[in-house]
Design a protein around this ligand. Structure first.
Ligand code: GLN
Length: 191
């Protein structure tokens, strides 16, 4: 049976994630209502504006989503990574506390707010293209957080247990390795 992976589709670039998942043979479900979460094997929280996500979710949506995040595999990219974090800076903002990290929003400033770099990764298959758009920077990771790629000494792709996160946009590169790694995690189910 196809894996059913949700993509939070309140805002941001959810379509590109859906394409990557389809290429890998998974069923992509665009999640607009929290009651859609029940049927899913995992969820992607895409890039966008994390503060806008918080507004659109409201208190109740945030609580329901946090509950899902604690029990199922979830992959956060860019704004999604910010939403999953324990501590958010610049400015301080509520996070779900699912990732033991401190993340700084819009940390690269206006001049270089968007860029594409190719860098080494611990994922098999050689260097990884990384598309950054008004990206956050991970300033601190807890001891249990595996770092799979770094940029200028800061983690950009991490895997703490079943909740990987990237500060860049893997869905905007043709390389499907990052999504494939998430599907492999989601295939192992639950906590
Ligand atoms: N700048 C956004 C934020 O702070 C994240 C940017 C993105 O997701 N591409 O939420």
């Amino acid at each position: 049976m196809k894996q059913k992976i949700g993509i939070l589709a309140l805002q941001g670039d959810f379509e590109a994630h859906a394409r990557r998942l389809s290429e890998l043979g998974a069923a992509a479900v665009l999640v607009r209502k929290m009651n859609q979460l029940d049927a899913l094997d995992g969820l992607i929280i895409p890039g966008g504006e994390s503060s806008v996500f918080l507004n659109l979710l409201g208190e109740k949506g945030f609580a329901t989503l946090s509950e899902f995040v604690m029990t199922k595999p979830v992959f956060g990219t860019c704004a999604g990574c910010i939403l999953l974090a324990r501590e958010v800076e610049n400015p301080p903002q509520k996070g779900m506390g699912a990732l033991d990290i401190t993340v700084r929003r819009n940390a690269y400033g206006r001049q270089i707010d968007s860029t594409i770099v190719e860098g080494p990764t611990k994922l098999p298959g050689g260097p990884l293209e990384q598309v950054y758009i008004r990206a956050p920077r991970i300033e601190r990771v807890g001891p249990a957080v595996a770092v799979l790629a770094e940029r200028d000494g800061h983690p950009v792709l991490i895997r703490p247990g079943r909740r990987p996160a990237a500060t860049f946009h893997p869905e905007l590169s043709p390389d499907t390795r990052v999504h494939a790694a998430f599907l492999a995690l989601a295939g192992q189910g639950g906590k």
